[in-house]
Design a protein around this ligand. Structure first.
Ligand code: SAH
Ligand code: MG
Length: 216
């Protein structure tokens, strides 16, 4: 099946997704730097872009920058005065991302904060965001989501990546990644501020999925 999934993703990419030279260049720079190819796919990046546009987001929070591929897609949805803050623990990733963002022309809209996301989030007492994308260490997903709830404006959109992982979400709740993801599902299901769903995806990144929530 994966060949078919890839072929359909390539068809989408060749028609409506519109990944440009700067985005392709970011992936090439990441590969050249030896970074893992765990970015969102082009069509998922475009989905993040569209969700930001639909929300009319002015302030976006990303947790997990890697080389800034998803960052570029979301930053390009911002109006000129809009801002994106992206949290990344690895200084080398942040440095590559910074260069990719400049090349994509969104460097002035994006601030990368280097350090453990947990600490960066704890320091954000005054800031508020109307969209968030959670895509860092999966074991901490529920903790990041809890923090994001407190930083959200009414009606904020939150996307959580990699919630399926080839179906692993169903097995082995003793693995810390899966425990973290399941704790996120439990929190999203029980917190009255959250309305959420999750969608399975197939394509160039295999079988995975993302959760989408609105925060009241
Ligand atoms: N959002 C990116 C992919 C992110 S990959 C994209 O789709 O293009 C996950 C990133 O989270 C990696 O760069 C990793 O270094 C970072 N990360 C892992 N643990 C972290 C932590 N505790 N705090 C902040 N970032 C972390
Ligand atoms: Mg991801």
């Amino acid at each position: 099946m994966t060949e078919l999934w890839n072929a359909v993703d390539r068809y989408f990419a060749s028609t409506i997704v519109d990944e440009d030279e700067a985005l392709r260049g970011a992936l090439a720079a990441n590969a050249a730097a030896g970074m893992p190819a765990i970015d969102v796919s082009p069509s998922q990046g475009k989905l993040l872009h569209l969700l930001a546009r639909i929300r009319g987001a002015m302030r976006i929070l990303e947790i997990g920058t890697l080389g800034g591929y998803s960052t570029i897609w979301m930053a390009r949805a911002l109006p000129e005065r809009g801002r994106l803050v992206s949290l990344e623990v690895d200084p080398k990733h942040a440095e590559i991302a910074r260069a990719n963002l400049e090349r994509a022309g969104v460097g002035d809209r994006v601030e990368i904060r280097v350090g453990p996301a947990r600490e960066s989030l704890a320091a954000m007492t005054e800031e508020r965001f109307d969209m968030a994308f959670i895509d860092a260490d999966k074991a901490s997903t529920a903790d990041y989501f809890a923090a994001v709830l407190d930083l959200s404006t009414p009606g904020a959109t939150v996307v959580v990546d990699n919630v399926v992982r080839d179906g692993a979400i169903l097995d082995d709740p003793d693995a810390s990644d899966i425990r973290g993801l399941r704790a996120f599902f439990d929190l999203a299901a029980s917190d009255p501020r959250v309305t959420a769903t999750a969608i399975q995806t197939v394509g160039t990144k295999g079988h995975d999925g993302l959760a989408i929530a609105v925060i009241h």
